[in-house]
Design a protein around this ligand. Structure first.
Ligand code: MN3
Length: 201
C-alpha cells in the first residue's frame, strides 16, 4: 500500500509563497487521487507485488499494455509529488556539504542553478516537471512531460522536482508560472536535496 508522504509542515506554513488553498487542493485532492489510482493499478500487476514505487516506475514495461500508461501517470503523480512535498520547508534551507560544493563547481552558484531550473521549467510546454538529477557523478537539469518521471527513462537519482502543472500555482499565480517558480525557490529545503544526493553518491 503506497501512502502519501506525511507533511512536516501545515497547509498554511508555506505562505505567502505557496498558498493554503493550493496546498489543500494539491496534497489533499490531486496527490491523494494519484495515490489511490496508483494503488488500484499497481495491485493488478503480479510482477509489482512487494516492489517499491521507484522499482515499479523504473520497470513499467512489466505492466500489461492496458495498465501501463495509467501506472506511468498515476505512479509518477504519486512518486513525483512525494518528492515535491518533501522538498519544501517554511523559509527554505540553503544547500550545504557535498551538494553546495557540486553546485558551485558545476553551475558557479545556487542562483545560476536556479536560473537553469527556471529556464527549463518555463520551457516545458504544458504540464510537466523540471528536475535536478544526478547523472553519473554530475548534476543535470532535465524536464519531463505530464506525470512522467525521469525514473521511466532509467535515471534513479532524482534530487529536486519543480512542479509546473497549473494545479501547482493557478489559484494564486494564475498564468504567471515564472512567479510561481521563483516563489518555490524561496521554500526549497536544500538540506533534503543534499541528503538525496548523499544517498545517490
Ligand atoms: Mn502537482
Amino acid at each position: 500500500m503506497f501512502e502519501q508522504v506525511k507533511l512536516s509542515y501545515g497547509f498554511d506554513a508555506l505562505e505567502p509563497q505557496i498558498d493554503t488553498l493550493t496546498m489543500e487542493t494539491h496534497y489533499g485532492k490531486h496527490h491523494a487521487a494519484y495515490t489511490k489510482n496508483f494503488n488500484d493499478l499497481a495491485s493488478q500487476v503480479p510482477a509489482f507485488e512487494g516492489k517499491s514505487a521507484k522499482e515499479i516506475l523504473m520497470n513499467v514495461q512489466l505492466a500489461p499494455e492496458s495498465l501501463r500508461q495509467g501506472i506511468i501517470n498515476n505512479g509518477g503523480g504519486y512518486y513525483n509529488h512525494n518528492l515535491y512535498f518533501e522538498s519544501m520547508t517554511p523559509g527554505g534551507k540553503a544547500p550545504s556539504g557535498k551538494l553546495a560544493d557540486m553546485i558551485i563547481a558545476e553551475f558557479g552558484s545556487l542562483v545560476a542553478l536556479q536560473e537553469k531550473l527556471h529556464a527549463a521549467a518555463m520551457g516545458q510546454f504544458g504540464s510537466g516537471w523540471a528536475w535536478l538529477i544526478l547523472e553519473g557523478e554530475k548534476l543535470k537539469v532535465v524536464v519531463s512531460a505530464n506525470q512522467n518521471s525521469p525514473l521511466n527513462e532509467g535515471n534513479p537519482n532524482l534530487l529536486l522536482p519543480v512542479d509546473v502543472w497549473e494545479h501547482a500555482y493557478y489559484l494564486k499565480y494564475k498564468n504567471l508560472r515564472a512567479d510561481h517558480i521563483n516563489a518555490y525557490f524561496e521554500v526549497i529545503d536544500w538540506d533534503v536535496v543534499a541528503k538525496r544526493l548523499d544517498k545517490a553518491l
